[in-house]
Design a protein around this ligand. Structure first.
Ligand SMILES: *Cc1c(COP(=O)(O)O)cnc(C)c1O
Length: 355
């Protein structure tokens, strides 16, 4: 039976990305060696990093004055590296969910943290609006897509302070006005590659300004100066990122990804609204097009487990909601197909007809 992968992360990748990466793992560029065996300093691997970096700059139209680096440690290490490198006195954070909270926790180790707004009281079912950010903070940190709660900031906001964004779960799903940000970071395993690499886009003029000693590996400057080659980079994940970037470009770039994301979301949210069994969990204007969360309507609460089992029997994978929301979450990253979304909708319709 065909499987439809709605996992939240690690998540679905385009099939050709997986196949091409697998081929290189067996024989890298006809060298007779595996991608896993070559030296990262081999002349063969430098072109991989170079092409990946160039494609990122091209796809996101990154202006001059920014560096692109590949790091280890996941987005979670960035929660600490961001304040280590950029928090001098105080920083502001928009609290939109679990990941934002984790980022704030690390920042508190380095200085004063101001929560500009929070939707915690409403279980993060919306993105707070109408807040103001103090002008004397070193930066404002936002999470553009809240993977767990299914809300998203899909417009690049205007603020009067340096802006830093965790884009782990929506990077490359839409055009981004990079010049509005001092730093953008993303763990790769949601929308870009297999797990094991983190993408960081950083404004050069912000580097090396922190008034503290920073351990070498945690200093962005180290990795920028060494072109992501200060130590052994995760070569296979970086290669898989390259393949995904080629795939994004071949399929029309981030504008096309944006269109597809909106199409998928329209289909699925449309069905959630139409179907008497289900309801969405977040405020309409803040709905994520990447992680689509829904629960059973109250009168059908006891059908949650049966629906899960029915959908699983039809090939749906990974639709269980995060425990902090419950219900269901269909993650629809770039690789998700309209066919996949239609298959899920079909399950919802069939299940409704049975009840
Ligand atoms: C998954 C995720 C993280 C954590 O990423 P790791 O690479 O596992 O550390 C952080 N932020 C967001 C928005 C995420 O979706």
């Amino acid at each position: 039976m065909k499987k439809y992968n709605f996992n939240a992360g690690p998540s679905m990748l385009p099939r050709e990305v997986i196949e091409n990466t697998a081929k290189q793992c067996l024989d890298f560029n006809g060298s007779g060696l595996s991608l896993m065996e070559i030296s990262h300093r081999a002349k063969d691997f430098q072109p991989v990093i170079d092409e990946a970096e160039a494609l990122i700059k091209e796809l996101l139209q990154i202006p001059d004055g920014y560096s692109v680096v590949f790091l280890g440690g996941g987005a979670s290490l960035e929660f600490c590296m961001i304040p280590y490198n950029f928090l001098i006195n105080k920083a502001a954070y928009l609290n939109t969910g679990t990941w934002a909270k984790k980022a704030m926790k690390e920042a508190k180790l380095f200085g004063e943290v101001i929560e500009v707004a929070s939707s915690a009281d409403a279980n993060y079912t919306f993105i707070p609006k109408d807040w103001t950010c103090p002008e004397d903070v070193d930066y404002l940190h936002i999470t553009t897509n809240n993977t767990i709660y299914g809300t998203e900031i899909r417009k690049d906001i205007d603020v009067n302070v340096p802006l830093i964004a965790d884009m782990s779960s929506d990077i490359f799903s839409r055009p981004v006005d990079v010049k509005k940000y001092d730093c953008i970071y993303a763990g790769a395993q949601k929308n870009l590659a297999m797990a094991g690499v983190t993408l960081v886009i950083v404004k050069n003029e912000k580097l090396g300004k922190a008034p503290r000693q920073i351990p070498t590996m945690l200093n962005y400057l180290t990795h920028v100066e060494k072109g992501s080659m200060f130590n052994t980079p995760p070569v296979v994940p970086i290669y898989s990122a390259l393949e995904t970037l080629r795939w994004i470009k071949a399929n029309g770039g981030v504008e096309a990804m944006d269109k597809l994301a909106l199409q998928r979301a329209d289909i699925l949210y449309g069905e959630i609204e139409r179907n008497k069994l289900f309801r969405g969990t977040v405020k309409e204007e803040d709905r994520s097009v990447m992680n689509i969360c829904f629960v059973m309507n109250e009168e059908y609460a006891e059908l949650e487990k049966p629906f899960f089992e029915y959908a699983t029997s039809k090939g749906m994978v990974g639709i269980k909601g995060h425990r902090s929301v419950g219900g269901f979450r269909a993650s629809c990253y770039n690789a998700q197909t309209i066919e996949g979304v239609n298959a899920l909708v079909q399950c919802m319709k069939e299940f409704e007809a049975q009840h």
